[in-house]
Structures are given as C-alpha cells and as structure tokens.
Design a protein around this ligand. Structure first.
Ligand code: PLP
Length: 401
C-alpha cells in the first residue's frame, strides 16, 4: 500500500493525516488501539510491517510517532511513557560519564532534578545558566566536554525567551547537541529543528495531549550525528539510531492507549492553541492593568523582555503566563479563591489551571539557583469563555493581602 506524502501539507493537515492512513483491512478512519503485546510471524523472522513485540514497536505508537515527527518537521519521532522518560532515554543515549550539560537556570524542575541528581550521580556535570545571556552561555561551555545544551523557551514558570538560532551556533561550535524542550510552545507555534536544534523534547502530557487525561513524552530528531563522533551500542552514529536502540533497550515506551489518546489530542492542537493564546492575551492584558498585580510575565505583551525575540522565532505566544502580586500570602490567597481556574499542577489542558510555583511545581528547586519568587502565580489559560476567566481572576484578586 502506498502512503500519501504529507510533507508539503499545512500543519493541521499533517497532524490529522500524517501516519494515520485509513486501516487497509477495514477502512477504519482512526488508527485502532492495537492492544497486543506480540505479532504472528509468517515463518521465523517473517514480520508483517516490521512488528515483532510491542516494546519495540506498536502500530498505534507508530502512528503517533509519525504524526509528531511530521508536526515538528523532523525525520523520526519516538513516544515515551512520560516527558521525563523521554528525557532520560535521550540523555542516556547521548551522554557518557565525565560529560557536561548546560541547562537553563529556570528549567522545568523535573528536568533539573534528572540532570543534577540522577545523571549527576553517574558523573555528568551541569551548569545552570541564564540562557537569555549568550555571553554567559558561551562562558559556561566547555568545548569537547559539554555535549548537550538544553533549552526551554518559553521557560517555566518565568516565561523567559531564549534565541534558539544563536544557541544552536554556540552549541555546535563546541561540538554539543542543542536540545529544545518545546512543551510550552508546541510545534504549532515553534519548530526548533528549523531553527537549528538537533532534538526536540515534549511532555505530551501538556498541550499535545491537551485534555489532562494522559501522561506521555516524545522526542523528535532530524539527521544529527551523536556528539564527539560517538556511536550507539548497536553501531549507529546518528541520534535517531541511538534513540531507536535506547527506546527499545530501556523500554520506557508509550502504551497503545496512551499513544491513541495523545494522537487524538494532536489532531486538534492548532485550533486549541489559537483559543489558548487569544484567551491568554486577554487575561494578560487584564492583569497588567490590575492595581494588585505588580508584574505580568507573558511573551505576548510588549512589556515582556523577550517579546521581540518571541515574535521573531514563534508563530504566536502560547497559553501560559505568570504574574506577581507582591507577597506570598497574596499569591496563596489568589490561587485559593479562584474557582473557574482549578488549583492544580500541570498545564496545557482545555481547562484553566492556577498554581503557586514556589510551593507546588517548583518546591523541589527551593534553595537552588532555580528558586522562583514567592509571590508568583502561574496560570495555564484554558479554552473556556474568556469573560468567565477574567471575571474569576478579578474576583480572586479582590481582597487579597
Ligand atoms: C511537564 C513537563 C516536563 C515533564 O513531563 P512529564 O510528562 O510530566 O514527565 C518536561 N518539561 C516541561 C516544560 C514540562 O512542563
């Protein structure tokens, strides 16, 4: 069966169709959930479509991996049980003891914990740097020893914007890979591989899944070689081959139902992001004018220090924003009083969420260079009616300390 080539199609056409040809046997329009662990062989080694055992490959996961690769403009996608499982597999595939990693000084706390505490114990060193300061990044790079420059843009929870093109130059000059965690922006708004990145990381738990009902992660790559002329244990020298080996060798794969739910979410990513960001801009504009709010961090506001860079490297400003309210007590009051915004960790679902990073998502980085302001409130602006969202925050801010 010949499959259509979707590479020239627009973003939504690709997320809806790439890797998702109707089932050849039944015509099923949606790729089925292949709840099978193994596959009948037509004689020893006679695999149908390459399927042998579902840790190695499963058709539902293949559909998701193909669609994600297409969405990011990469050549290969890999789906995992969580965003951190994806990160763990990537770092194991690329790093060796004695290597050095640069990561943002406001990285996602779980990424920081993985690099600093898990890989740190295996002899990998790291430096947390303000990635908006290119001189500081260049000064922190150790040529030949730094193998990964890890980028998040926008960052969580401070919405910092860093220059992917410039950072790719710094990383590549030192022989390192540039890895971009694209969870906040999504491929609809930002495609790091086209900006020079080597690997894109996603927590598909967030916008890609989009409905707060599934945990997952993904890696997408182009044709990058492993740093330092390395090869994977199976002899392949490119990142894609190394990831294929490690995904199977350590096995933290997305299960078929999680893959199916994530693919279902991916199909509507573009329309959801359009609404997320329209609502976020309205909420940010409201908050910026509010007397009890001391600062609003949203890249779509001209007051944001990364606004111009974001306008250049992104196709929109996304649905996440943070704001400061002067004291920790006021921040705790706001998150407790909100009703349409649900008090919860995570982000990127259709429903609006609100949280206190200092005590919740970023509690694990307290006391480190990644500590966040105590009066900070983070919101994931959902796709509800924007008037209800603004009214809820107006009410929550009323009477705060
Ligand atoms: C949630 C998140 C992760 C981790 O993903 P999980 O699916 O929770 O393992 C990584 N990076 C960012 C930016 C995230 O928001």
């Amino acid at each position: 069966m010949t499959t259509h080539d979707w590479t020239q199609a627009g973003f939504s056409t690709r997320t809806i169709h790439a890797g998702q040809d109707p089932d050849p046997t039944t015509g099923a329009v949606v790729p089925p959930v292949y709840l099978t662990s193994t596959y009948k062989q037509d004689g020893v080694g006679g695999l149908r479509g390459g399927y042998e055992y579902s840790r190695s490959a499963n058709p539902t996961r293949t559909a998701l991996e193909t669609a994600l690769a297409s969405a990011e403009g990469g050549t290969h996608g890999f789906a995992f049980a969580s965003g951190l499982a994806a990160e763990d597999t990537l770092l194991r595939a690329v790093l060796r003891p004695g290597d050095h990693v640069i990561l943002p000084d406001d990285a996602y706390g779980g990424s920081y914990r993985l690099i600093a505490r898990v890989f740190g114990a295996w002899g990998v060193e790291h430096t947390a740097v303000d990635l908006t300061d290119l001189d500081a990044v260049a000064a922190a790079v150790r040529p030949g020893i730094t193998q990964v420059v890890w980028v998040e843009t926008p960052t969580n929870p401070l919405l910092g914007i860093s220059d992917v093109v410039a950072l790719a130059g710094v990383a590549h000059d030192a022989g390192a890979l540039l890895v971009v965690d694209n969870t906040f922006a999504t491929p609809y708004l930002q495609t790091p591989l086209a900006l020079g990145a080597d690997v894109v990381v996603h927590s598909t738990t967030k916008y890609v899944g989009g409905h707060s009902d599934v945990v997952g992660g993904a890696l997408v790559v182009g044709g990058a070689a492993l740093p330092g002329g390395r090869t994977a244990p199976d002899g392949t020298g490119d990142v894609a081959g190394a990831l294929r080996f490690h995904q199977n060798a350590s096995g933290a794969v997305a299960d078929p139902f999680a893959a199916w739910l994530t693919l279902r979410g991916l199909k509507t990513l573009a329309v959801r992001m359009d609404r997320h960001q329209a609502n976020a801009l309205a909420v940010a504009t409201f908050l910026e004018a509010h007397p009890r709010v001391t600062r609003v961090l949203y890249p779509g506001l001209p007051s944001h220090p990364g606004h111009e860079l974001a306008a250049r490297q992104m196709r929109g400003f996304g649905g996440m924003l943070s704001f400061q309210v002067g004291s920790e007590q006021a921040a705790l009051d706001v998150v407790a009083r909100a009703q349409v915004f649900t008090l919860a960790e995570s982000l990127g679902g259709v429903e609006s969420l609100i949280e206190h990073p200092g005590r919740m998502t970023h509690a694990s980085v307290a006391g480190s260079s990644l500590e966040v302001p105590a009066d900070l409130v983070r919101v994931s602006v959902g796709i509800e009616d924007v008037d209800d969202l603004v009214a809820d925050l107006a009410n929550a801010l009323e009477g705060t300390a």
